[in-house]
Write a protein of this length. Structure first.
Ligand SMILES: [Fe+2]
Length: 392
């Protein structure tokens, strides 16, 4: 088996680590002009001010860019790239969830190199050297702090584009569980399931490798235990730390492999309706698993045992069925809504969702070949029924 595994990101993990940012920046020779990329909610929650003050006290010139929204748009990234050039930024630091980190990646790419995200995503412009990039996640989910990709929505078409290149990997990831203590339960749930899907898809996809699988296995066993605890009590520091570590491991898992069909559907939904990424992933996960399992019982049985949903003595078939049941119970426990409950979603759009999903490069990475009619069937099941395994 041939594969390559790559992650040059320096990882600093621990409570209070974000307070040491000026020293960490000094060690990496970050330059004097720093752009902090964050969303208005994070700024209102006061997570930026301490970091900004300590940087300014350390002699850094700080620009705050706050045009960060869920399902980040190319138009906002372009505004950030413009500010990057105007303020002669040296280093871009994201403080926030996946949207802040992905926006920061696009700014660190387009700021110094010019161009617009679609030119890179469509292969019309080659990826130049990005500005030094630091990611400080405030949710446990995306894993973007260690991945080479950023998902950006093209405002004019609602198409989700994936920027993907080794140069997009952050130089430094600072993981401080304290920053995640105030995340509300619904976001804890959605982002947590996103991390779980990264681990499951990174583990099972056609381009996985033994290193990704080892990291994915560790992520799965941590997340299924810690997510309900972090959801029930956001102040549970141990559960928050386990979740941040789980999402990091999941990012390291899929970062040198890929995601697959769950993400293709979720990204289509996010592009069309602005559905939170983790919610869309959670909705489709059991239905895609139900489709994937037949013919691939062994690998799914293995995941069920790793998650603690099945026993060693269970056959692969039994264990794989228990995986779906365990996932449905987990997502119900953390109150993930159903597809029909999402604002804007209508059956008339299913053909478009199928088309967007088929056009997603990760469709070909799915463990089992998936055709338009399969995507349509998954959508219909998600819209109207629970997986067959539960209706017995
Ligand atoms: Fe994701």
């Amino acid at each position: 088996m041939n594969y390559s595994y790559h992650c040059p990101t320096k990882i600093e993990m621990g409570e209070g680590k974000s307070k040491t940012l000026p020293e960490l920046l000094g060690k990496m020779g970050a330059g004097a002009s720093i752009m902090l990329v964050s969303d208005p909610g994070i700024i209102r929650a006061g997570l930026i001010s301490g970091i900004k003050d300590s940087l300014e006290a350390g002699g850094y010139r700080v620009t705050v860019f706050d045009k960060v929204f869920p399902n980040p748009r190319d138009t906002d990234c372009m505004l950030g790239a413009e500010e990057f050039r105007m303020n002669r930024i040296n280093t871009v630091a994201a403080i926030g969830g996946g949207s802040a980190m992905d926006t920061a990646k696009a700014i660190a790419l387009c700021g110094p190199n010019g161009g617009i995200p679609s030119e890179y995503a469509d292969g019309k412009r080659s990826y130049g050297q990005t500005a030094p990039l630091i990611c400080i996640p405030t949710t446990a989910g995306t894993g973007s702090e260690v991945t080479r990709s950023a998902v950006i929505t093209e405002q004019s078409t609602h198409r989700k584009m994936t920027l993907k290149h080794a140069n997009l990997r952050p130089q430094l990831a600072v993981l401080d569980p304290e920053l995640t203590l105030s995340v509300p339960p619904d976001i804890t749930a959605a982002t947590g399931v996103d991390a779980l899907v990264h681990a499951i898809e990174g583990y099972t996809c056609r381009v996985s490798n033994p290193i990704s699988q080892a990291l994915g296995a560790s992520a799965i066993s941590k997340i299924v235990k810690a997510l309900p605890l972090a959801y029930q009590n956001g102040e549970n520091r141990k559960a928050r730390a386990e979740m941040l570590e789980g999402s990091l491991l999941a990012g390291l898992c899929f970062g040198s492999a890929d995601v697959a069909a769950v993400h293709c559907l979720a990204e289509a939904l996010g592009g069309l309706y602005d559905t939170p990424h983790g919610v869309a992933n959670a909705i489709f996960l059991p239905h895609v698993l139900e489709y994937n399992i037949s013919g691939h019982e062994e690998i799914h049985g293995r995941i069920a045992r790793i998650a603690g949903f099945a026993a060693e003595k269970d056959s692969d078939e039994e264990a794989a069925e228990k995986l779906i049941k365990g996932i449905v119970e987990l997502t119900d426990q953390i109150n993930i809504p159903k597809l029909k409950q999402l604002p804007g979603v209508k059956k008339a759009d299913f053909e478009r969702i199928v088309e967007l999903s088929m056009n997603n490069n990760s469709t070909s990475s799915n463990v089992k070949e998936i055709l338009p009619q399969d995507y349509l069937q998954i959508l219909e099941k998600a819209y109207s029924a629970v997986p067959a395994v539960l209706s017995n």
